[in-house]
Design a protein around this ligand. Structure first.
Ligand code: SF4
Ligand code: SF4
Length: 346
């Protein structure tokens, strides 16, 4: 890894250099009822709209590489037969400017599933290889617990990572493309003192977390508490609305629909993101529903993230971004659910 230092004011020049491509970053999206500013990812045309000091966005950047609805293929009826058309490459290059470590870690987890050998998704892969990612340091929000999930820092999956240190940036360079772009800024090599300040900045951030999850032996505790009554209590509160999966940067479940034109000249297969909390998630042909109760669905969401994924990939499928708890109308949060399963709720 190469470390460079540049003046914080130079970040606007970096934005301009990268703006030959479409830039997506955090922007303001109005006010919460409590008066705090709401942020979300959106296309940014003007540097002054880019809010690098944001706390957390409502949605993750997932919408841009795992869209809610996506054409898998189209069919046309020609010469008395159906012709299939698939296009993986119609995706415009994007620069993601200002992703926090949790969101880059979320992408790295999705890569393991959607770019691995078991469930490769060429649509996702085409988008992922056409991205330039600029990470940005952050401070904990009241609801994030990324340090508990080991996602408060990130070692890869980005081109450039910027850590604000007083009136300068420490830039971690992870790709040749990023290296060449930085050559066009006024930079200097990071010194020993810069690295000390970098470590001090990281340790100060760790001391600011107010929300945490005890993950010690969590897979074993989940095994032992599979029949616990707490699942029913949380399930009774759950509205089965699917909002948690909608905002989650790591939820990737989907369904496939087929549509045929009334004149049978065109057809298409469409992929649509889905949530395991929705009532019909486990409904199969014939109408049988394997998970008719909300408690079972909610429980399986937790077992997938904190038990099954850990067994398959040796890491949790939750990065502790806190979005699901913020968005949930029933006030169901990961820290509270896990604490209650552990019998350690405060
Ligand atoms: S957002 Fe809350 S209420 Fe809606 S499905 Fe998720 S846990 Fe249930
Ligand atoms: S489960 Fe909740 S806290 Fe964990 S990554 Fe998804 S949205 Fe973030």
């Amino acid at each position: 890894m190469i470390f460079k230092i540049f003046q914080a004011s130079e970040v606007e020049t970096l934005f301009e250099l990268l703006s030959v491509n479409r830039i997506v970053g955090p922007v303001e999206k109005g006010r919460h009822v409590n008066g705090s500013t709401l942020y979300d990812f959106d296309v940014v045309y003007d540097f002054k709209d880019l809010k690098l000091d944001y706390g957390q966005t409502i949605h993750s950047a997932k919408n841009y590489f795992l869209p809610y609805r996506e054409n898998l293929c189209t069919f046309t009826f020609e010469n008395n037969d159906w012709q299939k058309h698939v296009d993986f490459g119609a995706y415009q290059a994007h620069v993601f400017f200002g992703l926090h470590p949790c969101d880059i870690n979320a992408l790295n987890k999705l890569d393991k599933v959607l770019m691995g050998d078991l469930y490769p998704n060429p649509f996702y892969g085409a988008k992922r290889s056409n991205m330039f990612i600029v990470g940005h340091s952050c401070l904990p929000t009241p609801s994030c617990f990324c340090h508990s999930m080991g996602a408060d820092s990130v070692l890869g999956g980005f081109d450039l990572f910027l850590t604000r240190m007083e009136d300068e940036y420490m830039a971690e360079v992870r790709s040749a493309r990023a290296y060449h772009i930085l050559e066009r800024l006024e930079t200097r090599e990071a010194t020993h003192e810069d690295h000390l300040l970098f470590r001090k900045t990281a340790s100060e951030k760790r001391s600011l977390f107010t929300c945490e999850v005890d993950t010690s032996d969590l897979t074993k505790i989940l095994d032992m508490e599979f029949e616990s009554e707490v699942w029913k209590e949380w399930g009774d509160r759950c509205l089965s609305c699917g909002t948690c999966a909608n905002v989650c940067p790591t939820c990737y479940c989907y369904g496939v629909e087929q549509e045929v034109n009334m004149d049978f000249s065109h057809a298409r297969k469409v992929k649509q993101l889905y949530s395991c909390n929705l009532v019909d998630f486990a409904e199969v042909a014939g109408g049988h529903n394997f998970r008719p109760e909300s408690s079972t669905r909610l429980k399986y969401r937790y077992y997938h993230k904190h038990r099954g994924f850990v067994e398959a990939y040796e890491e949790s499928l939750c990065v502790g971004c806190g979005r699901c708890g913020e968005a949930c109308l029933a006030d169901i949060t990961v820290p509270e659910v896990i604490a209650s399963v552990r019998g350690s709720e405060k």
